[in-house]
Design a protein around this ligand. Structure first.
Ligand SMILES: [Zn+2]
Length: 229
């Protein structure tokens, strides 16, 4: 049987549902928000799953982790509204404490089976020397959950009916990696992408500088495209 053609990008009409699986509030904004906007604006149902609520995401220990997490969840929900997300799920794990586990894999299987995405957007877990450990773990466990576990009915049978996602699009690849399979031009979505990023006030030192930098650098998003069929 001929191999099915990979998706051409966010405009591919075969994509009806997408699921972003990330570690922290603002990961989606940083790595794939333009692609999310392009899909959501043409009617694709795009869901977000965040393994943590970013309770360690500050260098000034003036508020508690619980207060910071609550603030960052509110920021993420405001950003998700602008991006057009259908559902935002916080798994509530500790920031900078994610480890590969069957428990986390089972949770991601449940989320994949709930959202039933055609494409999963998550971290490339392969950068070797310097990568946020939560990014590596989320990318690794999301891929393991997507293939083969979410597809196979005897894996995590309590986590809902099986689902095969066609592809994973991985972001955050190391700069030395081969050229990405998929480069998405998000110029048309750039101002909305910046507005959504600015909702993360706790992570923004200078909104004006961020806006200027993102206008120069954030008009392209790059992915490694993984066939899961
Ligand atoms: Zn992160």
């Amino acid at each position: 049987m001929a191999r099915r053609r990979l998706f051409s990008g966010p405009a591919d009409r075969r994509i009806k549902a997408a699921l972003c699986i990330v570690a922290h509030p603002d990961d989606i904004d940083f790595f794939c928000a333009g692609t999310v906007i392009l899909m959501a604006s043409r009617g694709v149902s795009v869901d977000f799953v965040l393994a943590t609520s970013g309770d360690k995401g500050t260098r000034e220990a003036v508020i508690s982790g619980a207060e910071l997490a609550a603030r960052r969840e509110r920021e993420q929900l405001a950003s998700a509204r602008l991006l057009g997300a259908a559902r935002v799920e916080f798994l509530g794990r500790g920031d900078a404490e994610l480890v590969e586990s069957l428990e986390l894999r089972g949770e991601l299987v449940r989320e994949i089976r709930r959202s039933r995405p055609d494409v999963i957007l998550t971290f490339d877990p392969t950068p070797g020397y310097r990568q946020h450990p939560d990014h590596r773990v989320v990318g690794r466990v999301a891929l393991d959950a997507a293939w083969p576990c979410a597809r196979d009915p005897l894996s995590f049978p309590e986590a809902g009916p099986p689902h095969e996602a066609a592809e994973a699009w991985l972001f955050g690849s190391p700069p030395t990696a081969p050229p990405p399979d998929l480069t998405v031009d998000v110029r048309d979505a750039l101002e909305l992408k910046i507005a959504a990023r600015l909702e993360h006030g706790s992570q923004t030192y200078s909104p004006a500088r961020l806006q200027a930098r993102w206008r120069r650098m954030a008009a392209e998003e790059r992915f490694v495209q993984v066939d899961l069929r």
